[in-house]
Design a protein around this ligand. Sequence first.
Ligand SMILES: Nc1ncnc2c1ncn2[C@@H]1O[C@H](COP(=O)(O)OP(=O)(O)OP(=O)(O)O)[C@@H](O)[C@H]1O
Ligand SMILES: [Mg+2]
Length: 406
Amino acid sequence: MRRDLAQPRTVQVVSEQRRASARALAITRLALTDFRSHALLRLSVSPRPVVLCGENGAGKTNILEAISFLAPGRGLRQAPLDEAARKGGAGGWAVAASVEGYAGPTDLGTGVIDAPSAEAAGARPRRTVRIAGANVGQQSRLSEVTTVTWLTPAMDRLFAEAAPSRRRFLDRLTFGFDPGHAHRVAAYERVMRQRSKLLRTGGGDRRWFDALEETMAEYAVAIAAARRDTVFRIESGLRGAMGAFPHAALRVAGEIEDQLDWDSALTVEHTLRAKLASARATDAEAGGASHGVHRSDLVVRYLGKDMAAAACSTGEQKALLIGIVLAQARAMAADRGAVPTLLLDEVVAHLDRTRRMVLCAELSALGAQAWLTGTDRGLFSDLDGWAQFFTVADGRATPGPMGVAS
Ligand SMILES: Nc1ncnc2c1ncn2[C@@H]1O[C@H](COP(=O)(O)OP(=O)(O)OP(=O)(O)O)[C@@H](O)[C@H]1O
Ligand SMILES: [Mg+2]
């Protein structure tokens, strides 16, 4: 038997044994209105994997991006909100979905209503969020309902980029373990902006700064603790891997995270407050804040090679990322009894045959609703009879395979 076939067959057995009682956090209905290339796209699916095939530019990634807006943040393209409004459309965009969430079936809606008129009024376009038919002020509330995790081709550069992208990646992984994390990150950034503005304008007295820095320090320590906890959980998730993706070693590098190794949360908070207070003059000059969790980084090493992720090959880096995302899903299944919705944009095309088969076996073991995209239907043959196939073309997603069948 060929070696590349031998491993996944073993995997299949393991996957059956490991299929936990965890539920898939899944989308059952999706409707896009004026979202990028899609004027009106509707899709009904079951909690099994979904494969979107179509030619370049057909709108596959756009569908995944729309789903990524069911999580807090700026979506998987990190694009300005108004950019997603369909050119030639009314100006706004909307994504509506029914999801199988943590608390069962829930309707979600999000979008930007009429971005141009917001702009004309001098306001930045804001994204509204509806949960179970009610408007909620904070998009961070979405992480209480469901968890969506993604990998995109743009993330191939994650380890080469500056720290903010890796921090965002870690924070998004953390949303899956700690639904309050999104709110804390948003609140921390808001307070930090207030402090920076006060420093810039020269307003505010000492007590006002003390209060802001106290709040900042409280959030910072909670954020750092949650990130460390995520790394710990992902490492435990990595131990359950089937072995085709490299084993990563993760660490959060940051002064607050480091100090939490040996000091109590209260002491770390006091230290940060003192540092911020004594850095006011330099921060006023340089802008921003010279201390805090917005300066931390996610450090990843390829354990087998004892090599920094940034020094690994492109393929290895991608495999490391897939390993991490699968580990998060495994850890969430174990800790929360729920598996995140996974958006895997063009992931399969870059994998060799063995890794493709193992990825499918891992998804099967997890029972995850993974959304996979590609131009070549043949690459998804391992998912035949299990995944739901759609052809994306002309702004529509039609059930059934496109072109070449396996
Ligand atoms: N705001 C917008 N309004 C209308 N069309 C848009 C908008 N933003 C992007 N597009 C179009 O959407 C298309 C890209 O869609 P998408 O990235 O989803 O393609 P894809 O199917 O993933 O292609 P590939 O296989 O190349 O990754 C492009 O043709 C682009 O011009
Ligand atoms: Mg694409």
